[in-house]
Design a protein around this ligand. Sequence first.
Ligand code: FE
Length: 133
Amino acid sequence: MHNTPKDNMEWKEKLTPEQYRVMREKGTERPFTGRYFDSKEKGVYKCAACGNPLFSSDAKFDSGTGWPSYYTPISETSLAYAEDTSHGMRRVEVTCGKCGSHLGHLFDDGPAPSGKRYCINSVCLDLEKDEEK
Ligand code: FE
């Protein structure tokens, strides 16, 4: 992300302080505190910053980590990826494929069929429930 000061001001107006910290400053919410880690409701999880569809509830699983976890995105272009070597770790950062906001990280210890675990901060997500469509 390469944000101008004007971009940052616009994001600050659009997002809550916690969303700004996580989505635009690559922060992490405390585990077991977010609104979706335990959610079993059906629908589509969208980017809280731009509305881009990210994950189906059908791909959500209980990882026990305290963050909402999915084994696959809803489409190939939903997400973008970057290498993250912060905090002495080598991880794959997951960002929104449309607006570039930080969402979480991708790990290789997920369930079948993908073996992937998309570990996402609740605060970056907005669940559009099936019955609301
Ligand atoms: Fe987005």
